[in-house]
Design a protein around this ligand. Structure first.
Ligand code: HDD
Length: 691
């Protein structure tokens, strides 16, 4: 390589250490080879920089424009590639190629939080986005859903208000990423239609343990259309093969301190190590006759259809099997559009969905800066596509010939005439009107059938077990206790909750220390619906270590055989064993070997794990008794309702941490592996006050 003359002239030596090995030639964006990537061009060794330095100017110019506007909502997300395989024949319901039994379709999935900015944390109490782009042979299908089957509002008209209220407050710029503040609860308490969604948002659903362990929902009622043009209503569900698992609130808070990227890292590492996350795609299919007889409107996105009424039929499997190569190019630039839909699937008249059909297309223009965002590789269909739209910013295609209009007869002259529409293969909207009031006069109204805001909120609450109900009540107390200035808001919210469940309202009022307010007037009196076990996490939880992690705390003198047996048991149960020691270099075990650690104790607290084992010798325990991080390791594992397996000698540490004996506190044998596969919710009333 040529000598760096400028550097030599200035300080007589190289400015940096060069990595060894041959790489490609470093060039400017226009292909000109660069000789020096360390020093700008100066007039004299200590003189001013020259405008002529095109290498510097191009580098800084490009850098200055590296950021694009973040998504208005769902700014923080994590994406991955995968495949969807149709596993059941539903050709009687839909002609879509993506559902042909055996058909494999590439997908890109992006999970997200809603309220926080792109650089916020992964574990606030928040709804999670679950957006799937299927690159089908008939064009892209984007199923842009959430991990909750209902939504805050019924009409897209209210979306900007919802988002303004929940995001950081306009004057002070906080809080980041959470709903526990004045403006959100001011708005929500004035909007009874949010009540059902609030029940979900205040439940453990908004505290997922892992993106791999949450359900997904298309939320709206859509339609499936078969080859004969017959339409059926459908709701889409994603069911995680690893089971649904949530953290608890105190744990989620502490996770924010331990690892801002907890979910992103978990997803990346799982895929990176071949533990591919999987979901089943399920459908609930029903017709107008069913819709007509329900006590809610199927076009109302604040309502769900209980699985006990319409069972979920599994029709396909989603596997995420490849991490992105470049976060910006793929995860940041991916553009989901609910309006992307192939023949065989169709929209319903849900007024929230109808508004979304406009919003997403529109937002991509300001976010990605061009109407040609569909040409970005992560957004481009994998099937051939073409039309007569032309030009625009960042046009990367080079259409040939004169055919940029249609109809044309250029082909008759031997020229390329361009693509043609097809009545047979093209997307044809299913016969629009299916129910009453779906056509007719132009009205700015809300259908009367959307008026019941509380019955399903009650259904949700009453379908939870006692622990889950306590979590919901406590979340309301926590969030409303953060309403600082607007004293009228908490009572107004509790007044709404009285329509959901009197006991819940009382618990929240007690927790806040306020008088029980008068019940809010309901637009429509709620009714009691049969509870649905499918709505509870606890009633459906899987006792498993698969996809979970066990933190094993060791120190000098730890018994080598005991450590090996715990690591083996965890690995056998498909869990991940993570060794934690006071120093990352590890600890000297009883047999004299040096065991390297995966994490240093001070930076690897127990909230990162689903269960912990504490394997110490007498001397090791004595040393750790003086270590706050070690005491907290045990204390938080206990407080977060996790199994703790400990060696006899570790007992003084458990005592200091306030760990009391129960089913989840075990020795290191088989009973630990069994206990580690679950959480111990019965322990909770002993460790914290719940509402
Ligand atoms: Fe939305 C992003 C999910 C209602 C307007 N939304 C966005 C994302 C998800 C959802 C998962 C992130 C996509 C990604 O990863 O890039 N949104 C939903 C669900 C809704 C919903 C499940 C109700 C059932 N959204 C909704 C309404 C509107 C929007 C009613 C507007 C009228 N949503 C947007 C948006 C975003 C968005 C502002 C931000 C970035 C983007 O679209 O591409 O246009």
């Amino acid at each position: 390589m040529a000598k760096n003359l400028n550097a030599d002239a200035g300080n007589g030596g190289e400015t940096h250490q060069r990595a060894t090995g041959d790489g490609a030639l470093l060039t400017t964006n226009h292909g000109v080879p660069v000789s020096d990537n360390q020093n700008s061009l100066r007039s004299g060794a200590r003189g001013p920089t020259l405008l002529e330095d095109f290498v510097l100017r191009e580098k800084i110019f490009h850098f200055d424009h590296e950021r694009i506007p973040e998504r208005i909502v769902h700014a923080r997300g994590s994406g991955a590639h995968g495949v969807f395989e149709a596993t059941d024949d539903i050709s009687d319901l839909s002609k879509a190629a993506v559902f042909r039994k055996g058909e494999k379709t590439e997908v890109f999935v992006r999970f997200s939080t809603v309220a926080g900015g792109a650089g916020s944390v992964d574990t606030p109490r928040d709804v999670r986005g679950f957006a799937v782009k299927f690159y089908t042979t008939e064009g892209n299908w984007d199923l842009v859903g959430n991990n909750i089957p209902v939504f805050f509002i019924q009409d897209a008209m209210k979306f900007p208000d919802l988002v303004h209220a929940v995001k950081m407050e306009a004057d002070r710029g906080y809080p980041q990423a959470g709903s526990a503040h004045d403006t959100f609860w001011d708005w929500a308490s004035l909007m009874p239609e949010t009540t059902h969604m609030l029940m979900w948002a205040m439940s453990d659903r908004t505290l997922p343990r892992s993106l791999r362990m949450m359900e997904g929902f298309g939320v709206h009622t859509f339609k499936l259309v078969n080859a004969a043009g017959k339409a059926s209503f459908v709701k889409f569900h994603w069911k995680p093969r690893l089971g649904i698992q949530s953290t608890i609130w105190d744990e989620a808070l502490k996770l924010q301190a331990a690892d801002n990227d907890y979910h992103r890292r978990d997803l990346f590492e799982a895929i990176d190590t071949g533990a591919f996350p999987e979901w089943d795609l399920g459908i609930q299919v029903f017709d107008q006759a069913f819709a007509d007889t329900q006590p809610y409107d199927v076009l109302d996105a604040t309502k769900l259809i209980p699985e006990e009424d319409v069972p979920v039929r599994l029709i396909g499997k989603l596997t995420l099997n490849r991490n992105v190569d470049n976060f910006f190019a793929e995860t940041e630039q991916v553009a989901f559009l609910p309006s992307n839909i192939p023949p065989g699937i169709d929209f319903s008249n849900d007024p929230l969905l109808q508004g979304r059909l406009f919003s997403y297309l529109d937002t991509q223009n300001s976010r990605l800066g061009t109407t040609n965002f569909h040409q970005i590789p992560v957004n481009a269909p994998r099937c051939p596509f073409g039309n007569f739209q032309r030009d625009g910013k960042m046009q990367t295609m080079v259409p040939k010939g004169r055919a940029n209009y249609e109809p044309n007869s250029l082909a008759e002259h031997g020229e390329e005439g361009g693509p043609r529409e097809s009545l047979e293969r093209g997307f044809a909207t299913a016969n629009a009107a299916t129910g009453p009031d779906e056509t007719g006069d132009k009205l700015r109204v809300r259908a009367e059938s959307f008026a019941d805001h509380y019955s399903q909120a009650r259904l949700f609450y009453r379908s939870q077990d006692a622990h889950e109900q306590a979590h919901i009540a406590s979340s309301f107390v926590f969030e409303l206790s953060k309403v600082g200035l607007l004293d009228q808001v908490p009572p107004r919210m509790v007044a709404n909750l009285r329509n959901v469940d009197e006991d819940l309202a009382k618990r929240v009022a007690d927790g806040l220390g306020i008088d029980l307010p008068k019940k809010a007037k309901a637009a429509k009196e709620p009714v009691d619906l049969a509870p649905s076990d499918a709505l509870s996490i606890h009633k459906n939880m899987k006792a498993t270590l698969e996809g979970r992690a066990v933190g094993i705390l060791i120190a000098d003198g730890t018994d080598a055989a005991a450590l090996k047996s715990v690591v083996d048991a965890v690995t056998k149960a498909k869990g991940k064993a993570v060794i934690v020691a006071p120093k990352v270099g590890g600890a000297k075990l009883s047999d004299g070997t040096q065991q390297k650690a995966d994490g240093q104790l001070a930076g690897t607290p127990s909230q990162l794990f689903d269960a912990v084992a504490i394997i110490l010798s007498d001397a090791g325990c004595k040393a750790l008794l003086k270590e706050g991080a070690a005491v907290e390791f045990a204390m938080n594992a206990f407080g977060h309702l996790k199994a703790i397996g400990a060696s006899e000698a570790a007992k003084p540490l458990l005592d200091k941490a306030g760990v009391e004996p129960d089913d989840g506190v075990t020795g290191l044998g088989k009973d630990f592996a069994t206990a580690a596969a679950r959480r111990f919710y019965d322990r909770e009333p002993g460790v914290r006050t719940l509402a």
